[in-house]
Structure formats: C-alpha cells, structure tokens
Design a protein around this ligand. Structure first.
Ligand code: PLP
Length: 451
C-alpha cells in the first residue's frame, strides 16, 4: 500500500495520514503538515475540468488526497454540499482576469476551505463518535467562515478569537450573531496575540482533557481546498499546458500556498505573485534572504492580511528544501534562487491601496475591495519588471466589497450593495465575550466552557 502520508515541517514527528493530520491541526513537534509527495494531475485531467462545475473539479482534485481515507462517493457528496455557490471569472482586459472568491455564505475566500472542513470534521467525528473544540484566531474572515460552516455541526464546538479593534463591523457581525455551538471572544489585542493564545492552548498540558483542533491555515485541511480554484481557473482561461500568472492577496499565506500546491500537483504556473500590505516580512526575505518578523504586526486597510509572521512560510520554505520552525527561525535555507524565479512579492501601502481602488473603478468599472486591490497592484508591480506578454493572468479577489463598506465608500463615494447571503446575519443581535490578550485568563475560560 502506498497511501499518501503527511510529514511535519519540523521533521521530528512521525508522518500520518490525512485524517490524523486533519484532526490534529498541528504536528506534535509544532511543525505544519505537508504531503510527503504531491499527487499529480495530468494535463488531460486538468483540461477535462473545463466542462465541469466547480464542485466536481473540487472532487477530482481532492480525491487525490483522500484515497483510502474517504470513499469517492462520500467525497463527491461532500463537495456537492460544500460548493453550492459560483466562482465568477471576469475579464479585466484582454488576457487578464479577476477571479471572485466572494460568493460563499460569508463572502470571502475563507468559505472555500471552511465549508469543506466542516464536511470533513463532520464525517471523521461521526466515525469516531468524538467531540471536538475548534479553536480559531481570526483577522476577520476566517472566524465568520468557520462559524457559519460549523454552525450546528454535531460533535463540534467552535471558539473564535478576534482582535476587537481590527475587524470591520460586517466582519464582526458575521461571526457574533450565531449562537448554539459557536462562541466568539473579542480580544483587546492584535491578531498576532489571538494567534499566540490559540497556539499556546494547543500545547498546554492543563488542557489535555479537551480535544482541541484548529481551522486556521496551520491545518492542512485548509490548504487542500484552496488549491482547487487555481485548477478551475486554468481549465477555463488557459490552453492545456499553458502556464499562468496568479496574483494573490496574502496575509498568513494559506491562499498562496494553495497555488503552490496546485503547481506541485502539475498545474503549469509561470509566476505566483504574493501581494502583501505593510506587513512586508516575506518580500524582504525574498530580497535579502534574511527573515525578520514584523512585531507587532502593522494595521492596514486590508485588515485580514495584518499578519506579522505568516505561519505558512514554514510550509513554503519546506517545499523549497529549507526548514523554518514555528518561531520563524530558519534552520536551513531553502533554494532562494528557485523561489525568486517562481514567486514574486510586493508590499502595497495603504495609500497605494486606496488610490488603486479608485483608479481601478474609474478605468474598468469593476469594484474591488482593499484585499483584492493589493493583489492587483502587486500584479502591476510585477508587470513592470517582467513583461506579461501573452501569459493569461488571474487576480484573486478574496472578499466582497460589502464586507468593507466604510473603506470602499471613503474611496469611491458610495456604499457597495450587500449580497443577499449577508443581509440576515447583519440584522441579528450580537453576542460575544471579551478579554485582554492574557493567556491565563483564556485558559480558565476554556476550562470553564468545557466544565
Ligand atoms: C484571510 C484573507 C486574506 C489573506 O489570506 P491568507 O491565506 O491568510 O494569506 C486575504 N483577503 C481576505 C479577504 C481574507 O479574508
């Protein structure tokens, strides 16, 4: 049997199958799971996606990872349930497209992974008859996507931590208006504080009696579904075998790793552009080879990308043959030349973000929001150093403008329409707990919640 196994980026935990990697979230040695080898899709298999709806593309990509863990008929039904919304591909101008990942229930790309993870958790827990608590730190959109996806899933309790001052009102309401098995905690601190509290809880022996798991992009279950839309776009926009460019607005680098996974699985890619806001630890690293975290992380208008030290860099470094541990320390340098050939990264200030949002609207009559526009501007930056030529390019729009009405209105002068899927959530009463960025208090809170 040659079942696909997942190894830890820290290299000190045994390899496990998808199910175990998924339920654990993080490896015992605090590394992140990566496939030991990437399953491949042939150019023919990819070309066939052109005629399939998204949910079936998802099935055909994901089954490469679920062999022996989830039977095909079950996986196919899970994909049907998870993906009942569209993935619009709009023309910006000839050969350059906008991929809108904002049509899910909470209007950000986080729905793609959260919906599938809820299906997978539901299935695995039913098999085991176990209870699990999903702990999630969010910079705005993960919390909402996870809360919605797991709302009322039997056997699952969800606790979401978010930085009180760094999320928009719509983002907050999309997570605080659910009740039942979902609790939200507003932290007087930054996203990095929330993430640190969650990470500590995972390794705290005082919480051993609580079965904790993670829906953050440290979980491999987040990344696999995020590779699917790159295949979907390529099958529709490129000739079979033709390489593409993807520009991806990046914070914790989970979305961007989805593209790296797709490439490792055989998708022809000319360049992956990781566009960031003022949190520029990655572009600086690409430049200099020296990695320095941004601490504390910097606030910006693209608030879902306020990440000072992206956890998925450990995976990226590992794919390129290096080793970075969970503290961001590099123990072995990856092949930086290869990384620079295949990845471009640019940091976009808030001022450029706002200007670009207005210019994009004026020029193309397409409304972006602060994250998607960072991807657009990063794409322009890359075009100025390497001509695009005839390569098809996809700019990833990661959220709906209606999630950031204050910011969008400031720039273009009017408020974006609210999609029907968001309307109800925004009207329900909110309910959340509040605490400082204090781990001891958070531990007590978790213990009390499980008493
Ligand atoms: C989370 C998020 C991002 C950043 O995605 P990562 O996978 O963390 O890099 C970008 N845009 C929006 C709208 C998000 O919610």
């Amino acid at each position: 049997m040659s079942k696909l196994l997942f190894r830890s980026t820290n290299g000190r935990s045994p390899s496990v199958n998808l199910r175990e990697a998924f339920l654990a979230g993080q490896a015992p040695d605090r590394g992140l799971y990566l496939p030991e080898r990437f399953p491949r899709l042939t150019p023919n298999e990819i070309a066939e996606f052109a005629d399939l709806p998204y949910r079936q593309v998802a099935f055909r990509v994901l089954r490469k990872f679920t062999d022996g863990v989830i039977p095909d008929d079950a996986l196919s039904a899970m994909c049907d349930k998870a993906y009942d919304f569209g993935v619009p591909l709009e023309v910006i101008h000839y050969g350059v497209y906008l991929m809108r990942l904002d049509q899910g229930p909470t209007a950000s790309f986080k729905d793609f992974a959260a919906q599938m993870m809820a299906q997978m958790f539901g299935r695995f827990l039913q098999e085991d008859g176990k209870q699990v608590t999903i702990l999630t730190a969010t910079s705005g959109d993960t919390g909402a996507a996870v809360a919605h996806a797991f709302h009322k899933v039997p056997g699952v309790r969800v606790i979401v931590l978010f930085p009180i001052a760094e999320v928009s009102e719509s983002q907050r309401k999309l997570m605080t208006t659910l009740k039942d098995n979902v609790r939200t905690v507003a932290v007087d601190g930054k996203f990095d504080d929330c993430q640190a509290m969650v990470k500590r809880a995972f390794t705290d022996p005082a919480l051993d009696h609580i079965h904790l798991s993670s829906a953050n992009s440290i979980n491999i279950g987040r990344l696999l579904p995020q590779s699917v839309y790159y295949f979907y776009a390529a099958s529709r926009l490129a000739q079979p075998g033709e390489p593409m460019v993807f520009s991806i607005p990046s914070g914790n680098f989970g979305n961007m790793m989805g593209a790296v996974f797709a490439r490792e699985m055989g998708l022809p890619v000319r360049k992956i552009i990781a566009s960031v806001n003022d949190n520029d630890a990655f572009p600086r690293y690409l430049d200099s080879g020296r990695y320095e975290k941004i601490s504390p992380s910097r606030n910006s208008v693209s608030n879902a990308m306020n990440v000072g030290s992206p956890s998925n860099l450990a995976r990226l470094v590992s794919v390129y043959g290096g080793e970075m541990d969970e503290t961001g320390t590099i123990h072995r340098q990856p092949n930086l030349d290869a990384m620079r050939r295949e990845i471009f990264s640019s940091s976009i200030t808030d001022e450029r973000t706002r200007t670009s949002l207005r210019e994009f609207w004026n020029k193309y009559q397409i409304l972006l929001e602060p994250h998607g526009v960072v991807a657009w501007q990063g794409f322009l930056d890359w075009c100025s150093v390497e001509p695009l030529g005839r390569t098809p390019a996809v700019i990833v729009e990661s959220a709906n403008p209606a999630k950031f009405p204050e910011e969008v209105e400031k720039v273009v002068g009017w408020a974006p329409d609210v999609p029907a899927s968001m309307v109800t959530g925004l009207r329900l009463p909110e309910d959340y707990d509040r605490m400082g960025a204090d781990y001891e208090r958070f531990r007590d809170y978790l213990i009390a919640a499980h008493a």
